[in-house]
Design a protein around this ligand. Structure first.
Ligand code: PMP
Length: 395
């Protein structure tokens, strides 16, 4: 083992511990639902930290679809999709999403992360400009880093700042504005109507990462673009299959030419194997349920209201959220980690989010109500939050 590397790694880890930024991994031994079991502990904890918005991750119908596909077709695709790993189920899933989202075509990637990291550098060149919100997700940031285009960062959801960046980029060959639809750490929503209007004025294409809008925003959870009625004006929509859909994967939805070109040039599609049959089949079932059972997202929103009002009545600061993403703002990293520990002792899983996921001094517990929670779950969690909040002087 190389000592220089080992010393570097140990030094980095020591710093993370000293700055209260070290995040231990929690291992779950049951299906991810409103309650979960943690390794080494038989007690079920109320789970307020998953992105399983509609409760589909543990849904028996998705599990059934996954098992049937694995038994009928196999465990894996056997090759990257452009060689001989393109399964009928991949095509079926893409057609289903395209019809659900009313777009010409869709390409599924291994994850939302790879969809961003694979798409952004593929559709931009050195003489282009990418104009990106300051709080965009890490996978957008990495996609921009992989691109040769010039990058301008505009102030979070600030339309004056976006306009300034667009003006400054008028010398570029193409302009691409990229924003999250729903911001993953604060739960606020990008003003897509205003962004599209500015993009039109400055001849820019628009890409929306709707990882947290899919299944949540718009009719039947079609997404944030549909919530604003601007889906015809968005050139590229990214969705994930790992949150509301309950499985894993990501997709790009847009024009036939966009998808056709990504199939020729997007590197994760060309050089990394596609999802196995079980995943594709479970995703198909998840999208079908989202389309056919609007009561799922109605329950999510009713639960969100109950949970957020409960926290706010107790005096917690839930920031600027407009969606189910419910941060409980604390600020100090050590205090946030302590709150997480105390809540866990009370039977509540509410994970701390610290730097680099959010800025330093902006630590929070990120809580996520889902359609799978009951009022009793929330009441129990609120009682625990009250005790812990008082103990730590948060309320
Ligand atoms: N974009 C955003 C805004 C996200 O929050 C996430 C997940 N954290 C992703 C992309 C990546 O999605 P996936 O987990 O499917 O890779």
């Amino acid at each position: 083992m190389n000592n220089t590397l080992q010393d570097f790694l140990k030094g980095q880890l020591d710093t993370l511990h000293a700055e209260h930024l070290y995040k231990p991994l929690t291992t779950v031994t049951s299906a991810v639902g409103a309650r979960v079991k943690i390794a080494g502990n038989d007690r079920e904890l109320i789970n307020l930290s998953s992105n399983n918005y509609l409760g589909l991750a543990g849904d028996p119908r998705l599990r059934q679809a996954a098992s049937e596909a694995a038994l009928a077709i196999g465990a894996g695709g056997g090759a990257v999709r452009p060689i001989i790993g393109n399964l009928q189920l991949h095509d079926d899933l893409e057609k289903l999403i395209a019809s659900f989202k009313h777009v010409e075509d869709v390409l599924v990637f291994q994850s939302g992360f790879t969809a961003n990291a694979g798409t952004i550098p593929t559709i931009t060149d050195a003489d282009d400009a990418i104009i990106t919100d300051s709080l965009n997700h890490a996978s957008i940031i990495d996609g921009c880093r992989l691109s040769k285009a010039k990058r301008a960062i505009y102030q979070h959801c600030d339309m004056d700042s976006l306009e300034e960046a667009l003006k400054a980029a008028m010398g570029a060959k193409k302009r691409l504005v990229i924003t999250d639809g729903v911001f993953s750490m604060d739960g606020d929503v990008a003003p897509l109507d205003q962004i599209c209007a500015l993009a039109e004025r400055y001849d820019a294409a628009v890409m929306v990462d709707d990882a947290h809008g899919s299944g949540v925003m718009g009719a039947n959870g079609r997404g944030t673009a549909y919530h604003f009625g601007v889906h015809q004006k968005i050139d590229i929509q990214l969705g994930t299959l790992s949150k509301a859909v309950g499985v894993v994967g990501g997709y790009i939805a847009g024009s036939s030419a966009l998808i056709d070109f990504l199939k020729q040039r997007a590197r994760p599609f060309l050089f990394s194997t596609g999802c196995p049959p079980a995943v594709a089949a479970a995703c198909i079932k998840g999208i079908e349920l989202m389309r056919d059972e609007p009561e799922l997202s109605a329950r999510l929103w009713a639960n969100t209201k109950y949970w957020q009002e409960g926290l706010q009545k107790l005096g917690f600061d839930t920031g600027v959220t407009q969606t189910p993403i419910t941060p409980v703002m604390i600020g100090d990293e050590a205090k946030t980690q302590e709150a997480q520990r105390l809540l866990r002792d009370e039977g509540i899983l509410a994970l701390a989010i610290v730097f680099p996921t959010v800025g330093r001094g902006k630590a929070r517990l990120r809580t996520m109500p889902t359609a799978a929670h009951t009022q009793a779950d929330f009441d129990e969690a609120l009682a625990a939050f009250e005790r812990v909040g008082k103990k730590l002087g948060l309320i």
